[in-house]
Design a protein around this ligand. Structure first.
Ligand code: ZN
Length: 188
């Protein structure tokens, strides 16, 4: 049994980061790249994760760009054989570059769609069983990264309730007095 039954990371969610290696919405860690963009990697396998709902327009745009640049490059190539300014090699090079990235996105997105389709055929109890038995079961912690991950599946109130549940459990198990200043609970 996983420690957070509130979240089932085996249920497809287009707005949650997905790991193309683990085939699940696993927990992530976030790093900022040199150009300032955030990179989300899977805690289980370190593979870069992606948002299925966000990747589709990029994938379509890149593949359309590949097609247009490729066609233009191929069309211009015979005309430019004898001239100095040759656009076609540049167009074909960009088409190849866009095609490579777009193709990679298409491949991962296809895997996600196939996984999502197969998950949707399963019953709720099957999905619960899968989440409970999944090797990389998510775990609770107090961090911004955890909140960001959990907020993909829970509303603000549900997330607060989750924290309260773990906070209560901690208070029950830890009998050591805290050094921090704490106001006594208001009770009459
Ligand atoms: Zn992974």
């Amino acid at each position: 049994m996983r420690e957070m039954p509130e979240i089932n990371h085996c249920i497809p969610n287009r707005n949650a980061f997905w790991c193309a290696k683990c085939y699940v919405h696993s927990q992530f860690y976030c790093e900022t790249e040199s150009d300032g963009t955030a990179r989300y990697s899977c805690r289980e396998c370190d593979f870069a994760m992606f948002l299925p709902g966000q990747i589709v327009p990029w994938k379509n745009g890149l593949l359309l760009g590949t097609l247009l640049l490729g066609l233009f490059g191929l069309f211009r190539l015979p005309h430019e054989m004898m001239t100095y300014w040759q656009w076609s090699p540049a167009c074909l090079a960009f088409a190849g570059f866009f095609g490579l990235i777009g193709g990679m996105m298409w491949f991962h997105m296809r895997n996600y769609s196939q996984w999502a389709a197969s998950q949707r055929l399963k019953s709720n109890s099957e999905l619960e069983k899968e989440a409970n038995e999944f090797a990389a079961s998510p775990y609770y912690e107090m961090s911004d990264e955890f909140d960001k991950w959990a907020a993909q599946f829970l509303s603000e109130t549900e997330l607060l309730q989750l924290h309260e549940r773990f906070d209560c459990r901690k208070r029950k198990t830890v009998s050591k007095p805290s050094d921090e200043l704490e106001l006594p609970p208001l009770e009459d």
